[in-house]
Design a protein around this ligand. Structure first.
Ligand SMILES: Nc1ncnc2c1ncn2[C@@H]1O[C@H](COP(=O)(O)OP(=O)(O)OP(=O)(O)O)[C@@H](O)[C@H]1O
Ligand SMILES: [Mg+2]
Length: 397
């Protein structure tokens, strides 16, 4: 989009108009310049008077970051479906983003920050012009009418390599697939997906939960950040740790469902918890990668956990065992592990020093050392998951 049309009827070269609203003239001018000439209004009332039925992206400046400001914006976003609100703020905290989303905004961007206001406005404008009704899930474009599969990476024991496996499998899938791959950090308390990918978190699952609560599934989809080396779209864990029961069991399932609309695969890394949160995701999953280590406590723990959760019952044939550190010379036979767990060790992943090295470098091992045996093993998991048939309906799984 080269130039923006303006609300008050100047050149209309774009499919949507752009307006800047802030009481301060200097702020309005700065934002309007950044947006290559948007219409400017000091008040919401002025903006409303000039609305002419065309889609409008309204950028609200820092003057609207107050309880009263959010309330005013909420009033007009509710009354004007042709209007897409974006907040341009001096500082962005999770709290401000949540309040902006609750006010019906589709994004919040820091003025002069890393994320470009221009890009955000374009994205919101294109959504408005595409007339996807607000509150409804966007139409499936990228996956050609099919729903992406939900891959849950899980274990009943911590520290077994779940996050490394989730990240590398997602990255390997993105390497082999044209459809988007989304990676969600489901560990609300100690989530380290963003750190392991060297990705500064912009929006998090907490923001996605707020957007989902307001029925804005398009916004959920827009909150992911792109990992440039792989193209994987990432939804990181909250910056401030939260207990897993801070989210209702179905909330994360809803977030994943919104992402499945636009992705070929959604991979979610879960913490080693056995509660309703984990159960809801295991039930919703199309594939469950159950991660175990080659040691007696890990296998015993997995066995007890599987029994307590009745995991065979919940996950059934979608349950696939990933035996991490499978080459470790311990007096434990893979056949014995398979017998105890009642699962075949479909995906052995060898122990490799390249993994902790890549973790510390913030580069997934499948990119850092693609020829290493561990990367080939992770690649095999990705290819097997990609071979599973796409879904056309959520029902009848
Ligand atoms: N195949 C492997 N070879 C060598 N080291 C590995 C391998 N897989 C994982 N690790 C190392 O094990 C450690 C734990 O891995 P990771 O954080 O992925 O486990 P986790 O199950 O997600 O842990 P948590 O339960 O704390 O979330 C990391 O330091 C990682 O480098
Ligand atoms: Mg982890």
């Amino acid at each position: 989009m080269e130039s923006y049309a303006t609300v008050d009827g100047a050149v209309a070269t774009s499919s949507f108009d752009v307006a800047v609203v802030d009481p301060e003239l200097a702020v309005r001018t700065r934002l309007a310049v950044e947006l290559s000439g948007a219409a400017q209004f000091a008040t919401i009332e002025e903006l409303v008077t000039n609305l002419g039925g065309r889609p409008v992206v309204a950028v609200f400046g820092p003057g609207f970051v107050s309880p009263m400001g959010f309330q005013h914006v909420h009033r007009i976003t509710g009354a004007h479906p042709e209007l897409g609100a974006v907040f341009a703020v001096d500082e962005l905290s999770t709290d401000i983003l949540q309040q902006a989303l609750r006010a019906g905004a589709r994004d919040a961007v820091v003025i002069g920050g890393e994320a470009s206001l221009h890009q955000s406005v374009d994205r919101v404008g294109e959504l408005l012009a595409g007339s996807t009704p607000r509150g409804q899930v966007a139409q499936v474009k990228e996956t050609g009418g099919e729903l992406g599969r939900l891959v849950v990476v899980y274990s009943t024991k911590g520290g077994v390599g779940k996050t490394c496996i989730a990240i590398n499998v997602a990255v390997a899938m993105a390497k082999h697939s044209a459809a988007p791959v989304v990676l969600v950090d489901g560990d609300l308390q100690f989530g380290d997906v963003a750190v392991m990918l060297g990705l500064p978190p912009q929006h998090t699952v907490l923001d996605a939960a707020a957007a989902a609560q307001y029925g804005d599934m398009e916004l959920v989809q827009q909150l992911t950040s792109r990992h440039h080396q792989s193209g994987v779209l990432v939804l990181p864990a909250p910056i401030e740790p939260m207990p897993t029961d801070a989210m209702l069991p179905g909330e994360m399932v809803n977030i994943c469902a919104a992402l499945q609309q636009v992705a070929g695969h959604v991979v979610i890394d879960l913490p080693a918890v056995q509660n309703d949160y984990a159960l809801a995701l295991l039930e919703a999953a199309d594939d469950v990668l159950l991660v175990g280590n080659m040691d007696i406590p890990s296998i015993k723990n997995l066995k007890i956990g599987m029994h307590a959760l009745d995991l065979h019952q919940i996950a059934g044939p979608k349950l696939k065992l990933v035996l991490n550190h499978a080459n470790t010379k311990v007096k434990l036979d893979v056949k014995e592990v398979e017998r105890v767990l009642g699962l075949s060790a479909e995906f052995p992943v060898p122990d490799d020093l390249a993994v902790p090295i890549s973790v510390n470098a913030g580069i997934p091992v499948v990119l850092d050392e693609p020829k290493a045996p561990v990367s080939r093993a992770l690649d095999r998991i990705a290819l097997a998951l990609l071979r599973q048939p796409a879904k056309t309906s959520k029902r009848g799984k």
